[in-house]
Design a protein around this ligand. Structure first.
Ligand code: SAM
Length: 282
């Protein structure tokens, strides 16, 4: 396992992922009934933007740093507020120093009745993650292969939940692993919301993933993409997407407001683009 998210925290992929994640959790908050969030590839929870790793790549300078410092229209600001308020709360000074990853973001948006299950496989990253949430009775950290979490922890006892699937895409067959794990999870818990992130690099892998969901009979799947320039298997990542199973009915419209603004804010060239597509009907 070579991938360490510390080198990439706050980058353009995290921007899409965490903007969407916050909207999904805000929607879950609409009902009083408790929910569970399962984050299968959790990372370390939050990232020090002054660290050697983040300074080395500076990817966050092209991501969160631009988003937070660019004026935005009121409708975009209102939709991004649940995410950006958490980023601001972590950075009370004028400089960005700490970037909340998916666990820290989810934890901040949970209510006292809600629960968070985090799995992380990298031993050192798991150690950091578990220390971060030690003593927090609403959060369970587990040193486990995240692909097994989907088989083991579903359905959650709350019967309401969000599963965040954010692999490192280090392995050539990551899309295929994601397809079989998500389908297995969906068969056990078909009413849950599944949010799967992917880099826009391997179009063939993505097509296999989409086809596998269709063949398995999964319904109501939304695809969101944000690309800041032309990228491919041999270039740096310039875009990413999310496949959302059972999205809130509000999400597509929200993203039609947010994604064009993010594209303009973060664009790297004339080929920047965004899309919101219903991949599979309800
Ligand atoms: N979700 C995090 C966030 O948004 O802050 C970032 C996660 S990062 C993209 C992917 C993480 O998955 C890395 O920390 C990596 O160590 C971990 N990982 C890789 N393979 C894994 C596996 N099979 N099971 C669980 N974690 C894994």
């Amino acid at each position: 396992m070579n991938y360490r998210h510390a080198y990439h925290a706050g980058n353009i992929g995290d921007v899409l992922k965490h903007a969407v994640l916050a909207r999904l959790i805000v929607y879950l908050q609409r009902k009083d009934k408790a929910f569970r969030i399962i984050d299968t590839h959790a990372g370390i929870g939050a990232y020090d933007l002054t660290s050697e790793e983040t300074q080395k790549t500076g990817e966050w300078l092209d991501g969160i740093a631009k988003v937070i410092s660019t004026p935005m229209p009121d409708d975009v600001a209102a939709l991004l507020a649940p995410w950006l308020d958490v980023v601001r709360a972590n950075n009370p000074g004028k400089d960005l120093k700490l970037y909340p990853g998916s666990p820290a973001l989810a934890r901040k948006l949970m209510r006292p009745v809600d629960r968070l299950t985090l799995t992380e496989l990298h031993p050192a990253d798991f150690d950091t993650l578990s220390k971060r949430f030690a003593g927090d009775h609403q959060v369970k950290t587990i040193h486990l292969d995240g692909w097994l979490a989907l088989g083991s922890f579903l359905p959650p006892k709350e019967k309401r939940g969000l599963i965040i699937i954010d692999p490192a895409f280090e392995e050539i067959d990551e899309f295929d692993r994601m397809a079989s794990a998500v389908i297995k999870g969906w068969r056990k818990f078909s009413t849950g919301t599944y949010a799967c992130w992917y880099p826009l690099k391997d179009r063939y892998g993505l097509r296999r993933f989409d086809e596998a969901l269709k063949d398995a009979g999964v319904k109501d799947v939304l695809t969101l993409e944000l690309s800041l320039g032309k990228s491919g298997p041999d270039t740096a990542m310039l875009g990413s997407g999310m496949t959302i199973i059972n999205p809130p009915y509000t999400l597509a419209e929200e993203m039609r407001t947010v994604l064009p603004w993010l594209r303009d804010c973060l664009r790297k060239g004339s080929e920047a683009s965004w899309s919101v597509d219903q991949l599979i009907a309800e």
